[in-house]
Design a protein around this ligand. Sequence first.
Ligand code: HEC
Ligand code: HEC
Ligand code: HEC
Length: 475
Amino acid sequence: MKTVKSFALAAPLALVALAPAAAQEFSKELIEKGRYLATASDCVACHTNHDGGKPMAGGLSMVSPVGTIMSTNITPSKQFGIGNYSQAQFADAVRKGVRGDGANLYPAMPYVSYSNMTDEDIHALYAYFMQGVEPVDEKAPETKLPFPMNIRVSMMGWSLLFRPNEVHKDDPIQSDEWNRGKYLAEGAAHCSTCHTPRGVFMQEQKSLNLTGGQVGAWYAPDITNDKVHGIGSWSKEDLVTYLKTGKLENRAQAAGSMAEAISYSFQHLTDADLNAIATYVHSVPSANAGQASGVTRFDKGSAGNDMAAFRGKDYTDGLRGDHAGAQIFAANCASCHGYNAQGTKDGYYPSLFHNAATAGDNSINVIAAILNGVDRHTEAGHVFMPPFGDQVNAVVQLNNVEVASLSNYLLAQYGNDKLTVTTEDVQVIREGGPKSNIVQLARIGMGAAAIAALLLAVGFVWYRARRKARLARAA
Ligand code: HEC
Ligand code: HEC
Ligand code: HEC
């Protein structure tokens, strides 16, 4: 079955490949279509060095447990970019993770998601990259991984096992809108890359699609239609608003890699496409049989504070006592979020109850928000909360004990009071999130498959690298 599919796919591409790139003149419409798809796929976010590099000229470093992977120059420069790529070679790079010279790409390039792209859309993307992107004749720094990770052929096995070898096909039972939404959400916009948990080999566990996954220091929550754990209580319009602005009042706000995905990509999508994505995402059931019952994540907690307990006492004295969390809150957070954590009327500073970050099924995003803050640029404006865990730029730095006390106060008072945060939990997030168990597997010598899978971890850690780069810039 699989071979038949790939043959069917190769035929139309082979035809286009016969014509050399330079001889073709692509229409303006086609190039524009390609530009839009490139935005939806967020190519520019990875293929640009955000410290003053030119768009698509590569050179963004993605730190991984095995070494640093550099993104490549994908401008049409013939010497340093992909100017000599035929369309078939381009298609193989984007959908199969195979470079022009036949070498395998590391899955830091998200070809697993892009593998669903239609030939038509690959054609438009190709037209854009050949004639809509400014060529940059600069060599991007090379990736140099230590042995054995430098053996690219090890990626072939991983790719055969875990890359879906199937271009999207419309499901005739579903509406056109749903099909368009699925195509974008599972492909270009790659929601599942972050929102689906990973298995032992860092592959997406498709049976748990969109039920939540760890992305570096942040947790991409359950976005299935489960009413309690997922976003089944949101309307379609709610989801569109969130994807456009990064915020849904009294429910959730986007920081970390979600803020970046919205800033670079989702906010620029058409309303029709955002509605399509919302229609599809709203149809994805949770892996748990039947809907959970109870209060939704977004309705937990209420206004109030614990300050009467320590009024009149010395601030530093209290820091070891039962009310340390409330004191740290009063000193560092209440000025923006309000003494009762009610936020501001205009909603710019959100309430910390009825808030996905404090009421999640785990405590990761409370800790991540305190340590990393929020920094989001959209057409709706610039949203900023200072990071309290930054060693270099933070105005106020909170140590692990303080962050744990504060988190426990927030959880108990405003959110999911069943959770407890330890100083170890804080340290893990401070270091950029849990390390993959693949690292362990590779260490005890599980062989090429494990090593190959380890490399996928790279795809996660780059979000961290980008954040660091941004902070360094801000300094
Ligand atoms: C999450 C980060 C990320 C995104 C998003 C991304 N890429 Fe990549 N891409 C990479 C990295 C990293 C490499 C180099 C991997 C390696 O060296 O094995 C790469 C390699 C490539 C290559 C091979 C280039 C060469 O040097 O021969 C092409 C072509 C490419 N990407 C195109 C695209 C296009 C088109 C898009 C958007 C549709 C895109 N990429 C989106 C990270 C990304
Ligand atoms: C690069 C990783 C990444 C991608 C891609 C991504 N997300 Fe997210 N998403 C996150 C993270 C991390 C959060 C948590 C942000 C926070 O709380 O500050 C999040 C939060 C959300 C939330 C809020 C949920 C809640 O309970 O707080 C929704 C809804 C959402 N994402 C939908 C989507 C959809 C739909 C897509 C695809 C169109 C998508 N995301 C793509 C990482 C990602
Ligand atoms: C200078 C003002 C300011 C201060 C001080 C501040 N915050 Fe925030 N906080 C914000 C803004 C702005 C947002 C994001 C609103 C948005 O995304 O639209 C935010 C968001 C959050 C979120 C949600 C993050 C997410 O990703 O969902 C949490 C949790 C939070 N703050 C907790 C705290 C805590 C705890 C403190 C004290 C250590 C604090 N804040 C101090 C302004 C502030």
